[in-house]
Ligand binder design. Structure first.
Ligand SMILES: Cc1ncc(COP(=O)(O)O)c(C=O)c1O
Length: 401
């Protein structure tokens, strides 16, 4: 059978290769320690699952949710954002419920790009950002993220010819996979750049809460809710002139499997994305939206507990790697460790990861899977207990020896 050309760039996927390597390792009797997926192993809090369970027995939640999700969900998202960042959000025109933030970021290019238009993406970056652009028939200009630039893109390096054909830029900080945080001054620059070049500025913000207390950030937020926070794009684009920001319940509230997120942004961009979604889905199940409302409006101490859990894991893992002579920087945010590969793997992260899983059962993500500039690195997701992470490092040491 012949399928569309737009599927072609989606064919090569190093993560699918890694899945095969994991399956082979399991078949060979290895006990696989899977640090390759950024899927939280922590449970969803009981007040959230209770809200979903309660909804399940209410037949009023069983039908289609047309148009825009529920008003109560949009309001909960707007209030959550306002309390955190002190910037007001109109729940009717500036919030759009999503079936996970990946769904939204992958669909947005269909609303923004004409075939052949460029999207400016972070390299390395989250693979579905590129996937969405390919599905929309767009072209990608990868903006390299280098350690010497604090993993921030250099806008001056984008060729004029590309810029002239560009319609959108996608940022995402705290950044998966490099763990970098962007300072607000960088967002100021990004907003000015996107205004000047008439680009839609997309900020994917799943790790809004996953920032560690030694990250170097200063506490910010409203009086009653001062805490460490990575900046939101709307702190740089207060009148929401060019930006849309994507949020998810997957990370802060350990709800990855429930598939629920939302976008906040410029009303015209929100409306354009809503039009695309109206053609492809009928929104998330209302019971899950009710769980998300419980998460956003309920006690937030579970978020703090999760961050503390990931901080302890990070400390154990990084210290153990350093003890075996692998010098990796301490991540300021996210649930990952981004480690530069030593020789002889410095130019072949796929080889390193497949050999590592086959010989030890430890699975990590090859940096090359996140883009060309990710080559030479490997990403470990901190999705196991400190004891298992320490065991993984013991196995990595054996592998090196
Ligand atoms: C940058 C980024 N965006 C989006 C997602 C997926 O979020 P969701 O579960 O809301 O689709 C992830 C998950 O790892 C991510 O790292």
């Amino acid at each position: 059978m012949e399928f569309s050309q737009r599927l072609q760039p989606l064919q090569s996927n190093v993560f699918a290769d890694m899945d095969r390597a994991k399956t082979l390792a399991r078949a060979a009797g290895k006990n696989v320690i899977d640090l390759s997926l950024g899927s939280s192993d922590l449970p969803t809090a009981a007040h959230i699952t209770d809200a979903i369970a309660h909804s399940l027995s209410d037949p009023k939640t069983h039908g289609y949710l047309l148009f825009n999700g529920t008003k109560s969900f949009r309001e909960a998202a707007a209030i959550w954002y306002e309390q955190k960042f002190g910037i007001s959000v109109n729940p009717e025109t500036e919030v759009l419920p999503l079936i996970g933030s990946q769904e939204g970021t992958a669909h947005l290019p269909l609303a923004v790009l004409n075939p052949g238009d460029f999207a400016l993406l972070l390299d390395p970056g989250y693979p579905s950002h590129a996937g969405g652009v390919y599905l929309a028939g767009g072209q990608i200009y990868p903006m390299p993220l280098l350690a010497e630039n604090q993993f921030l893109p250099v806008f001056e390096d984008i060729p004029q010819a590309v810029l002239a054909q560009s319609k959108m830029m996608v940022l995402s900080y705290p950044h998966n996979p490099t763990t970098a945080i962007a300072p607000l001054a960088f967002f100021d620059k990004a907003v000015a750049f996107c205004r000047e070049h008439r680009l839609v500025l997309v900020h994917d913000f799943p790790y809004v809460d996953l920032v560690f207390d030694d990250s170097g950030l200063e506490a910010a937020g409203s009086e009653e809710n001062r805490k460490l926070m990575a900046p939101s794009i709307f702190e740089a684009d207060r009148d929401k002139s060019v930006s849309i920001e994507f949020f998810t319940l997957s990370k802060s509230y350990n709800m990855g499997g429930f598939r629920v997120g939302y976008a906040i942004g410029n009303p015209e961009i929100i409306q354009a994305l809503r039009q695309v979604k109206a053609a492809v889905d009928f929104n998330q199940y209302e019971g899950i939206l009710n769980g998300a409302i419980a998460a956003l409006t309920g006690p937030q101490d579970t978020v703090k507990t999760s961050v503390e859990t990931f901080r302890k894991r990070r400390d154990t893992f990084v210290r153990a790697l350093q003890n075996i002579g692998w010098q990796v920087p301490i991540p300021p945010a996210t649930m990952y460790v981004w480690a530069k590969l030593p020789e002889p793997w410095a130019r072949d992260s796929v080889k390193f990861c497949s050999e590592l899983v086959q010989s030890t059962g430890v699975a990590a993500s090859p940096g090359a899977g996140f883009g060309k500039s990710g080559e030479g690195y490997v990403r470990f997701a901190l999705v196991e207990s400190p004891e298992i992470l320490a065991e993984a490092v013991r196995k990595i040491a054996e592998f090196f020896n």
